[in-house]
Design a protein around this ligand. Structure first.
Ligand code: PLP
Length: 388
């Protein structure tokens, strides 16, 4: 385990440089690799020697990204995938078989919900949903065929939080895997593997890139579990491209300073909006009014960059507010340098019924704000004039 600090690891972990002595990492755009002789080829294929064989398995750029992410999150090993959803799918598919059952937090990313509710049932894999704000309900849902607990904390867009140490102990007691989608927090704010999780998943598309440029996914865990992931991924082929790995490894160099600013800005926005006459509710993990404030403080370094609000006046109030924003982008994405407003009820969560939306804290007036890196005075001024 590295004794260096987060920022230093993110900047100084790098693959060996070539004879050109380039300071910044080059991109290795190659599908395959050559061997010195037939014996080296045999040894690499027999896993008797480390090295690159084919870029569906490994590439210097993906290896650098994985090494950094593993060091930053305290993982032994990792695997990179083309998208965050490929990371989620690969994790489910590598560990679940027909007859298995998953207990998942109800408020999962839309496509994860689709995997659980529409795709895995075809293969005989079932699931139950539990709520982040009702940790006491989780244990009763674990049955003899339960193989995995899956959780997103903080949740999207409800910004609910659950105690990961509590879930880690529950997973241990029942001999099941705890898998955490750590996308909203990043390794800078929350390190699930240190709290008892077996695997941590990231959509690198979000804060790891943080600039709205590229898609990517990463799975982190023990050598033993990542070997199982590898066994599935080498043959099913969800590999990340070297170009995207290069971008994401570069992005990690600035993750800490970006997250500090995202979090500072988001806390200022949340504080400004709380108590505003036109706002019914503000959800942000590091506001003392948040129902799981103490848990958030215990397991997160800061509160993250997402603030979810409920605007008075239902869907009309939310739309009027969003259409009044001049600087914020209206987009379904999040975790960009640019501030973004989303109306979950009519976009990301429009496929749910009203009752299902209310169960995960989405009202008609809910607006998810992804607070960017513009100057805080300009961010608040835009919100202020839109509410006026
Ligand atoms: C975006 C997102 C994903 C999916 O990631 P993609 O890179 O878009 O495939 C998964 N989980 C969470 C929490 C996300 O926000």
């Amino acid at each position: 385990m590295s004794t260096k600090n987060f920022e230093t690891i993110a900047i100084r972990t790098q693959t060996e440089r070539s004879q050109h002595k380039e300071h910044s990492a080059p991109i290795y755009m190659t599908s395959s690799y050559k061997f010195d002789d037939a014996e080296e080829m045999r040894a690499l294929f027999a896993n008797e020697k480390d090295g690159n064989v084919y870029s569906r398995y490994s590439n210097p750029n993906t290896s650098e990204l994985i090494e950094k992410m593993a060091l930053l999150e305290g993982a032994e090993s990792g695997w990179a995938t083309a998208t965050g959803m490929a990371a989620v799918f690969t994790t489910f598919a590598a560990f679940l078989k027909s007859g298995d059952h998953v207990v998942s937090s109800r408020s999962v990313f839309g496509s994860t919900h689709q995997l659980l509710s529409n795709i895995f049932p075809k293969w005989g894999i079932t699931y139950s949903y539990a709520d982040l704000d009702k940790p006491q309900d989780w244990e009763a849902l674990i049955g003899p065929n339960t193989r995995m607990l899956f959780v997103e904390t903080p949740s999207n867009p409800g910004i609910d939080v659950i105690d990961l140490e509590f879930l880690g102990n529950l997973a241990k007691k029942h001999g099941v895997l705890l898998v955490v989608d750590n996308c909203f927090a990043t390794p800078y704010l929350q390190q699930p593997l240190k709290l008892g999780a077996h695997l941590s998943i990231h959509s690198a598309t979000k804060y790891i890139d943080g600039q709205g440029r590229t898609l990517g996914g990463i799975i982190l865990g023990s050598q033993e579990l990542i070997a199982e992931i590898e066994g599935f991924a080498r043959h099913s082929g969800p590999a990340m491209s070297p170009f995207n790995a290069w971008i994401l490894s570069k992005s990690l160099e600035t993750l800490a300073v970006r997250m500090d600013r995202h979090c500072d800005n988001a806390l200022k926005v949340a504080t400004y909006l709380e108590g505003h006459a036109k706002i019914k509710l503000v959800k942000y993990p590091f506001l003392p009014s948040h129902p799981q404030y103490e848990i958030a403080k215990k397991q997160m370094r800061q509160g993250g960059g997402i603030v979810t609000i409920v605007v008075n006046g239902g869907v009309e109030g939310a739309r009027k507010f969003m259409d009044g924003l001049n600087m914020f982008s209206i987009s379904a994405n999040l975790a960009d340098t640019r501030s973004i407003a989303t109306h979950p009820a009519t976009s990301t969560h429009s496929k749910l019924t009203e009752a299902q939306r209310l169960e995960v804290g989405i009202e008609q007036g809910s607006v998810r704000l992804s607070i960017g890196l513009e100057h805080i005075d300009d961010i608040i001024a835009d919100i202020e004039q839109a509410l006026a």
